[in-house]
Design a protein around this ligand. Sequence first.
Ligand code: HEM
Length: 519
Amino acid sequence: METIALLICAIALLLVYFYHRFKRLYSYFDHHGIPYVKPILVFGNTMEWCLMKKSLSMILADIYEKLEPHRFGGLFIGRRKVIIVRDTELIRSILVKDFSSFQDHVTAEDASKEDVLDRNLLSLRGEEWKNLRIKLTGTFTSGKMKLMFPLVRDCGAKMHSVLGNISQDEDILAKEICARYTTDVIGCCAFGLDIDSLNDPNSVFRQMGKRIFAFNIINVLRVMLPKLEFFFDLFHNDKAVKQFFLDLVKKTVKHREEHNIFRGDFLDLLINLKHDNDQKSNDRQAEEDVQKFISQVGGKYTKTHIEMTDELITAQCFLFFAAGFGTSSSTMSYMLLELAQNQHIQDKLRAEIVTVLENNNNELTYEAIKQMKYLDMVINETLRKFPVGGHIDRVCSVPYQIPNSKFTIPEGFHLTISIRGIHYDPKYYERPLEFYPEHFTEQAKAQRPHYTFMPFGGGPRVCIAERFARMEIKVGAVYLLKNMSYHVSPKMKLPVEHAPEIALFEVKGGIWLRCKKLQ
Ligand code: HEM
């Protein structure tokens, strides 16, 4: 009896202790006179995320809205204090002007030094990141995109023939067909493989893609309980997936080196970097992009030697795969859903595609997709309404006084920018809830402040592959739409509900569309 009483007392004392600790922690922003959204004990502002009811990006977008009209505010991701930046001028300072104080992504803190695949562009920090980014910049110029265009077009043509086999009025899962296309594209451009997951949905590559994005509760716990990270790492790394990619790249690099094979894909460009570390580029755009990058990072760049080993090459290819296929296929499937719901936009877009193709002898060329201006508007509006990376983050590396405020962000603090919040802000978009490609006429774009459209992030750390992603989505859209029409299937659950457990925006139950062949 006595023992039970003692136990109850001990638990009660512990609860009181933790209650006070949390209370003190959660008074931080009050104490500094910073507006914030009231947290809930233990969970902070992210209870719905922990309970897998809402994605983190959606929660951040809600907080962005609640903090109107403040330039910035506070929130808690579990126990972690985070600043959310709302004002576009302040966003510019953080992403560009004062970039040197906010160079790293939060992911860099999670990266393991022992894990070779964690030495990828997204996870590297400081000088190591800068040097690698400069090296890889030349891989994504328009010239290189033009080289890769035929490879992407071949995957588009394959998707077109798969769609051709679909029986009249069949229902399709949009994300599935788009993901098979983008898996083939990235497999072909980053790994030099003809994967053909379009015809073989169970290809090893497609399975690997599904495993990379398989959600687990570990991801939530890692953020909530950072001190136990070493423990979660035991579960986190899907070692089989990593080994698969390591073996694959090593084998392909060896084969290409031995047989002198050149395909013009990412892997070739990375192998070139391996053999000629400081090769002089004869790509003018690469030089310009690098100069722009160096001026943006604040002239503090010290060139250091990076040896492009097979492991480092694999780490980049693996990231291109992980960052590339899900983002682009989600964007494409959201675009199809909106087009199915807005037949007049779909008709107008198809008319543009058909006209441009006719004017180009029915051939899809790199130049032809550049002429499809309405397609650009539709893609931009899709990326506005469904920014697959719904928020971006930065880590503050030196104490930073927020301009025109008394608050100094301490070193190590996390910052976040809600891309989704900004994209739905009625201050910047006339019809935020509608699918309205006219948000992206030249005139509308010129009237909006900078940093109000950021699906690819911003500043020197912006998505390195924006040109590639846009090319891939445009080619995919042409093949999807030129002689097929899309309608909402009776199986589709509307209004759309987002699946909270996936890092990228996904739709609960999937996007079901009815596909019709046109003459
Ligand atoms: C619709 C497609 C895509 C979207 C919306 C997207 C979005 C983003 C965003 C928001 C970031 C973070 C930027 C920041 O923090 O400022 C990022 C980074 C990155 N993305 Fe993408 N991305 C897309 C496609 C791709 C593709 C196809 C690849 C590779 C082939 C790729 C490779 C990367 C890499 C390597 C980074 C890290 C850059 C760095 O830290 O230096 N992305 N992307």
